[in-house]
Design a protein around this ligand. Structure first.
Ligand code: SF4
Ligand code: SF4
Length: 475
C-alpha cells in the first residue's frame, strides 16, 4: 500500500472485477502514490549511479571533441553529432546501421538483464526518485502520509514545494534543450530578452511546463502508460532474463507470524505489505512479473529489512530469473543471446565499413527544369543541370568540378570553384556541353570529378540527353 489513508473516491457505477491499473481507483479516479523509502544496499548502489548520471547528463552538452559538441541533435539543420562525428541526412546508411545497433543492444541487454535501464539509468526514474521525490519528502514528510500533496501539507508548504519544482524543471529544460540547440545558442538566449528570441523562449517555456507536469503530477504514469518499452517486455524477456522476482516457493503460504500450537505451516512472507508500500508504481511483486515493474529493487530492500527483523534469510524478493527462482532448469545459452550479438557484429562491421567509406563531399547532379537540351549554333548539345554539393567535413571546403574525359565535353559554371561551409549544401546551375558524336540513341554518359585540393576526389555520373537521331558519320 502506498497510502495508509484511504483516498477519497467517487461513487462506483460499474465495479471492475479486478484492479485494472495500479494507479487507478475503482471509480476511475487517480490513485495517488507516495511510496515509502526503503533503505538498503540496492538503494545505496542506485543512488551512486543516479548521481553520477545526473552529473553526466548535465555536463555532456558542455563537452567538446575535435572542436564539436560531444552530442548535438540539431533537428532544424538535420545534423546529428556524436563524439565529434557529425552525421548528415545524406548519411542514410550510417544512420540506419547506428539505429539498428542501438535497437539490437536494447534487445540484448533486456534479454540478459531485464529492465535494468528503467530502474537504474532512465532519466525519468533517476530524476523522479533521486531528485523530485527526496525534495517532496523534505517538504511534505513521509511518516504514514499518502495521497496527493493537497491532502498531506498546508498551502504554504505546497506553494514552496511547487516553486522548487518549477525552478528545477526550468534548469532541466535548459539542460535538455542544450542537447538540441547547443550550449552557445542557449547561453545567448539566456542573456537576451525573450522578445529577441520569442520562438526559442516559447519552446523553453513549453519544455519547462512539460517537465513540471511530468515530475509533479504525471510521474509513474509515464512509465506505465506512455513509455512503449515496458509494453515490449513480454517479447524481449524470457524466463532466464534477470528480473526482480518474489520467491513464491519460499514465501507461500503467506500470513502473519504466529507461534500458536497447531497452527498450519507458513511461508517466509509475513504479509506485511511493505514491498507494496515502497513500490513507485504501486504493484505487488508477489503477483509475478508485471509490465508496471521498473526493476527499481526497492521491494528487495524493503523485504530484506523485514527478513532480518524476523530472523529469516534475506532474498525472499531478489534479482533472479523466473526459472532460477522457481527452481526450474536455468539455460545459460538461449537462441536470443546468441542471435542478437551475432547480428550486432554484422551491423557493427557494416557501420565501420560505412564510416570508412564515407565521402567527405556528397555530390548530386540533377536536371534543371525546362527543355531537356538545346542545340548550340556550332552543332554541339547543351544540357542545363544543377550541381548539389554537401560538405560532410567540419571545415569549409572549396570544390572544383571538371569532366573526367575533357575531350568533346565542356562545363560552364558561374564560378570555377564552389565554397561550401561545414555541413552545408550549395546548389549551382551548370551547362554541360557535349559534341553531337558523343550521343548514342539520344543519350550520352559523362563523368564529373569533384576535388577540393585537400584530398577529396569524388567521381559522379551525369546522364545527358540529345537528339534521338545519331550524328552522321564523318565521310
Ligand atoms: S515485504 Fe516481504 S514479507 Fe513483507 S509482504 Fe512483501 S514479500 Fe512478504
Ligand atoms: S515491484 Fe519492486 S522492483 Fe518492481 S517497480 Fe515495484 S518496487 Fe520496483
Amino acid at each position: 500500500m502506498t497510502s495508509t489513508e484511504p483516498q477519497r473516491q467517487l461513487p462506483v457505477l460499474l465495479e471492475p472485477p479486478e484492479r485494472v491499473l495500479s494507479t487507478l481507483n475503482d471509480d476511475g479516479s487517480r490513485r495517488w502514490l507516495s511510496p515509502r523509502l526503503s533503505r538498503g544496499v540496492w538503494l545505496e548502489r542506485r543512488r551512486a549511479v543516479a548521481y553520477g548520471l545526473i552529473l553526466l547528463f548535465t555536463v555532456i552538452p558542455h563537452l567538446r571533441m575535435g572542436g564539436r559538441p560531444l552530442i548535438l541533435i540539431d533537428i532544424p539543420k538535420r545534423e546529428f553529432t556524436f563524439f565529434g562525428f557529425t552525421l548528415l541526412p545524406t548519411d542514410t546508411l550510417i544512420l540506419a546501421f547506428f539505429v539498428l545497433g542501438v535497437l539490437l543492444s536494447v534487445f540484448l541487454v533486456t534479454a540478459l538483464f531485464g529492465r535494468i535501464w528503467c530502474g537504474w539509468a532512465c532519466p525519468q526514474t533517476v530524476y523522479m526518485e533521486f531528485l523530485f521525490r527526496p525534495i517532496e519528502r523534505l517538504f511534505l514528510g513521509t511518516a504514514g502520509r499518502g495521497g496527493p500533496p493537497s491532502a498531506r501539507a498546508s498551502a504554504g508548504r505546497r506553494v514552496a514545494l511547487y516553486a522548487v519544482y518549477l525552478l528545477i524543471s526550468c534548469l532541466l529544460a535548459h539542460t535538455f534543450l542544450a542537447y538540441f540547440v547547443g550550449t552557445d545558442a542557449l547561453a545567448r538566449w539566456v542573456r537576451q530578452s525573450p522578445l529577441e528570441h520569442p520562438i526559442p523562449f516559447l519552446v523553453m517555456a513549453f519544455v519547462t511546463g512539460m517537465m513540471m507536469f511530468n515530475f509533479s503530477y504525471f510521474r509513474e504514469q509515464t512509465c506505465i502508460l506512455a513509455c512503449p518499452y515496458g509494453r515490449l517486455q513480454s517479447v524481449l524477456l524470457d524466463r532466464d532474463s534477470l528480473i526482480v522476482s518474489y520467491d513464491r516457493r519460499r514465501g507461500e503460504p503467506r500470513g502473519r507470524m504466529t507461534h500458536a500450537p497447531g497452527a498450519a505451516p507458513q511461508g517466509d512472507c509475513i504479509d506485511c505489505h511493505l514491498c507494496v508500500a515502497t513500490c513507485p508504481t504501486g504493484i505487488d511483486i508477489r503477483d509475478g512479473l508485471q509490465l508496471e515493474c521498473v526493476h527499481c529493487a526497492q521491494c528487495i530492500d524493503a523485504c530484506d529489512a523485514v527478513m532480518r527483523k524476523v530472523n529469516r534469510p534475506p532474498g525472499l524478493i531478489r534479482y533472479g530469473s523466473q526459472n532460477a527462482v522457481s527452481g526450474e532448469v536455468v539455460r545459460t545459452t538461449r537462441w536470443r543471446i546468441i542471435l542478437y550479438p551475432a547480428i550486432l557484429l554484422v551491423v557493427g562491421a557494416g557501420l565501420a565499413l560505412a564510416i570508412a567509406n564515407r565521402r567527405p563531399v556528397d555530390v548530386r547532379v540533377l536536371r534543371s527544369p525546362g527543355p531537356p537540351f538545346a542545340v548550340l549554333p556550332d552543332g554541339r548539345i547543351a544540357n542545363a543541370m544543377r550541381l548539389k554539393l554537401t560538405n560532410r567535413t567540419s571545415e569549409p571546403a572549396r570544390y572544383h568540378v571538371a569532366p573526367r574525359d575533357a575531350a568533346g565535353i565542356e562545363l560552364r559554371l558561374d564560378h570555377d570553384d564552389i565554397t561550401v561551409l561545414p555541413g552545408r549544401t550549395e546548389t549551382r546551375g551548370m551547362l554541360v556541353v557535349a559534341a553531337r558524336d558523343q550521343f548514342t540513341a539520344g543519350r550520352a554518359q559523362v563523368t564529373l570529378i569533384v576535388t577540393d585540393g585537400a584530398g577529396a576526389h569524388v567521381e559522379t555520373p551525369c546522364a545527358l540527353l540529345g537528339p534521338a537521331r545519331d550524328a552522321e558519320p564523318a565521310p
